[in-house]
Design a binder for this molecule. Sequence first.
Ligand code: CAA
Length: 266
Amino acid sequence: MSELPAYKTIIVTKIDNSAGLKVGQIQFNRPDVLNALNIELMGELLDALQKFDKDGETGCIIITGSAKAFAAGADIKEMATQSAIDMHIRDQFAVWDKIRKIKKPVIAAVSGFALGGGCELSMACDMIVAAESAKFGQPEIKLGVIPGAGGTQRLTRAIGKARAMEMILTGRMYSAREMYEAGLVSRLADDEVFIEEAVALAKEIASMPPIALQMAKDSILKAFDTTIEGGLEYERKAFYLLFASEDMKEGMGAFVEKRKPKWKGK
Ligand code: CAA
């Protein structure tokens, strides 16, 4: 991807990384509505994610918003007049299944509001780096609905049944620190430096061998939808398969020869 596409609702950039592959950054750009996730934005987000996923120069992807909002949820104004059949026919959450299929690691860099679909999107990413000001919540209950883009499932797996129940049944907002302590957020940083922290983490990950990264991500995600036995089997097969990669030969060779490895992504 030498030329980055221009979008209406997101801004995409590539960040150079002296240690390895570049970092692809996607920033939501609907400031007037606190980055509410309308159908157009979700379509553009998926397109950008898929392009970065296929791009040989990109090793890791960051999704971020603005200081005030990562995203304040699905676009309520777009949904408010829909009937159940409209929702069924346009199946707007189907796009989320494709986001789940992105192979490269994706980091959510969250400041401000991450509510409803915004919270769910951060959880659909592989890691969450949060600014101290970030606020997480699933307020759908206050609108007469429930989380519809994975909240009841991902939140429960991430922070446990009791805390997920409280969060979803009250619709309350929780601080980044509370979510860090609950295990939803992997890294907490001051507002002034949180994006640098997220980029540093993304660069570190993007300096690792790409095929092994993808196998590691895939195997970790397997833990959520299989038995321990099935998951261990899956991990072992992925481990053995990596012995067919040039990067495995390079990684182990470089260790033995006491030099820095040069990854090929093959
Ligand atoms: N959809 C559409 N517009 C939204 C929005 C949303 N989710 N969230 C905020 N906006 C709009 C507001 O309507 C407002 O627009 P106007 O200036 O035209 O009135 C603008 O963004 C700024 O918002 P506020 O004036 O409300 O800002 P605030 O600082 O006073 O409050 C807030 C911030 C607490 C986040 C409040 O905006 C809010 O409660 N937003 C809705 C949060 C929500 O309920 N999210 C869940 C959506 S449903 C969902 O996500 C389903 C799912 O599972 C996928």
